[in-house]
Design a protein around this ligand. Sequence first.
Ligand SMILES: *Cc1c(COP(=O)(O)O)cnc(C)c1O
Length: 359
Amino acid sequence: MSRYWSDIVHRLTPYVPGEQPVVAHPVKLNTNENPYPPSPRVLEAIRQELGDAGESLRRYPDPTALKLREAVAAHHGIRAEQVFAGNGSDEVLALTFQALLKHDKPLLFPDITYSFYPTYARLFEVDYRTIALDDSFAINVDDYTAPNGGVLFPNPNAPTGRPLPLAEIERLVARNADSVVVIDEAYVDFGAESAIALIDRYPNLLVVQTTSKSRSLAGMRVGFAFGNPALIDALNRVKDSFNSYPLDRLAQAAATAAYEDDAWFRDSCAKVIASRERLAAGLTALGFEVVPSAANLLFARHEGYDAATLVLRLKGKEIFVRHFKAPRIDQHLRISVGTDAECDILLNALRDIFSAYVG
Ligand SMILES: *Cc1c(COP(=O)(O)O)cnc(C)c1O
């Protein structure tokens, strides 16, 4: 605390990201990064962008990331004017709060969801109401009928991994024509259906995606929004009032190359999906209840063991998983899907911990 702080700083509750451990070889299953590297074409594109002496770095990057947006638009069969690019989808979401979700009526989002949403709401002074997930952690779109200044949730949801069918999202978007529905598709490539298919028909739908998970580029910070050009225009107006160059040259080149290597992308998603099913079976065999997941993470609880204790004992073995001290989910672990080898290390460690467990 300091007397130099702005008023708002006193009132913030900053988001706390998963730990980035400093040990040499952690089994890192706590921030939903991809266990596989990006396409080799990404490295090649970065080298090419740099040139021999890094001379390109003298110049500002393209403020509109046009080449990248064209590659992403081509991938999705849409137009570049329907694509916004930002510095990670967290930044895209932050701009969305200011541009599209701040109104007289409250923003609606689930009680159990990405914990950055309430943080943004407080930072940007957006009034919000949470809607409880049902007992199986499913979103019921019929619960989102109150007059609102926007609706926001991830599909699949975070931190549960549970997907919602596209027909349900369409029903919500169609019924909610007076405000913007934002679907955060950070995990969609691991088994859910993208709502990008609906943006031509619904001017109130904004879909947000990231290269951080399914394209192995968390370190590059590249995210997108897809929607009607009027929504994209709103995001650009806020962006150009804040930071004209959110994406650096290397990030633009890297992400463009990632979208140009579809085979690599599909292969790495397929491997993660296969490992997820294998890990779910392993956890279930150990007595965990596992929420059905279409993401690169599993949300699981064990009746016999306290979640916070398990996290600490795993950490003692340099295995990192995520735990949220929040109502309804404080007995769950959120486990990112690693390689099969990493998942086996986790399962073996849990077996050891259980056999030696004194509460
Ligand atoms: C990881 C994640 C993000 C943030 O992704 P970045 O593009 O790395 O900022 C956004 N939403 C959800 C639900 C996520 O899990």
